[in-house]
Design a protein around this ligand. Structure first.
Ligand code: TXA
Ligand code: MG
Length: 318
């Protein structure tokens, strides 16, 4: 056993996966709920624990770009170029799947999502395991993604799987997803890697969900949501509302206004993204009547943050 009995060693983690069990894994974006992607029963356990509809596909996590050919067919050169540039890292590539990839992973679609996560523990695990790990974010369906091992424990309580504790996630929001199976390619989910970083490799890349796009559960209107009702206001109105409303907590930019309760996050997009989910979880635990969130700036650098906040607002209080 490892020193912390709740944290398996790599060898124990591999035994769990080979036995068809679930394992929570750290990545640079958020914690994942992992199973052997080739074990359909194990993958079914992920859906059951999350309460996720079976037709929502999972990302397969791989050690590096050399694994792409084991999962995907008709791979365009751009996929290898993007993997060379951004892997390991917060970029998921949607590609035509090989026939052998189980439907349980792809939700019955003819594509598969692949990503190599930038976390030393999980990369060591993937290298030793040899296969691919299907892993959605380790939260109940529609709820806030976990950015620490403690969040995963809070999320699932007694039902929590063993957690490979890799510390807090550095990026803090989920990977950018780019669909290379469509022509032109399309960004299905905004993330840390921005459109302008993809343009040298994908000059025609589109943004947003097109009519021909597959279902992407992260693109449901309500997602990443606290249970406390939540509203977004710009700072003046936020301060006014905070002085009138009982039992509200604020998520402010840079500094919490005097006399208010809540948290603040830095007004820099990467630092804000890093702290967003932990802040929402903390505020959600305070038993407030409302969470009032200060409207972040707009513009390309803030796209991913604004996307997550919009979906959290749509699902909050449900
Ligand atoms: O950063 C991340 O991507 C994290 C970590 C754990 O890697 N994972 C994550 O997984 O966010 P999940 O399942 O919570 O979100 C993955 C998204 C879902 O919206 C899913 O629909 C989409 O990726 N997806 C997966 N495979 C797909 C496919 N073949 N076609 C279209 N969308 C796909
Ligand atoms: Mg998720």
């Amino acid at each position: 056993m490892s020193e912390n009995p709740s944290t398996p060693t790599i060898a124990e983690a591999i035994a769990i996966l080979q036995g068809g069990g679930l394992l929570a894994i750290p990545t640079e974006t958020v914690y994942g709920l992992a199973a052997d992607a080739y074990n359909a029963d194990a993958v079914a356990r992920i859906f059951a624990l999350k309460g996720r509809p079976a037709d929502h596909p999972l990302i397969v996590h791989v050690a590096d770009a050399e694994d792409i050919a084991a999962w995907a067919d008709a791979v365009p050169d751009a996929a290898y170029q993007l993997a060379a540039q951004f892997w390991p890292g917060p970029l998921t590539l949607i590609l035509k799947k090989r026939a052998e990839v189980p439907d349980a992973v792809t939700g019955g679609q003819d594509t598969v999502g692949l990503r190599s996560p930038d976390h030393p523990l999980t990369l060591a695990l993937l290298r030793a395991f040899g296969g691919g790990l299907a892993a959605p974010s380790a939260n109940r369906f529609g709820r806030i993604s976990p950015t620490s091992a403690a969040h995963v424990r809070d999320e699932f309580g007694d039902a929590a799987p063993p957690i490979l504790d890799g510390g807090p996630c550095s990026v803090g929001i989920e990977s950018t997803i780019v669909d290379l199976s469509q022509n032109p390619p399309r960004i299905l989910r905004e993330g840390h890697i921005r459109r302008e970083q993809l343009l040298p490799f994908l000059p025609y890349v589109q943004s947003g969900i097109g009519s021909a796009s597959p279902r992407v559960s992260g693109n449901l209107d309500a997602h990443y949501a606290p249970r406390t009702p939540m509203r977004m206001l710009e700072r003046e109105r936020l301060i006014a509302a905070a002085t009138h409303e009982m039992r509200c907590v604020l998520l402010a930019l840079d500094a919490l206004p005097a006399g208010t309760q809540g948290l603040s996050l830095p007004a820099r997009p990467e630092a804000y993204a890093h702290g967003l989910y932990a802040a929402l979880r903390q505020l959600d635990s305070r038993d407030a009547a409302h969470i009032l969130i200060e409207q972040p700036p707009s513009g390309p650098d803030w796209l991913a943050v604004n996307d997550r906040i919009k979906r959290a607002l749509a699902g909050a209080g449900i």
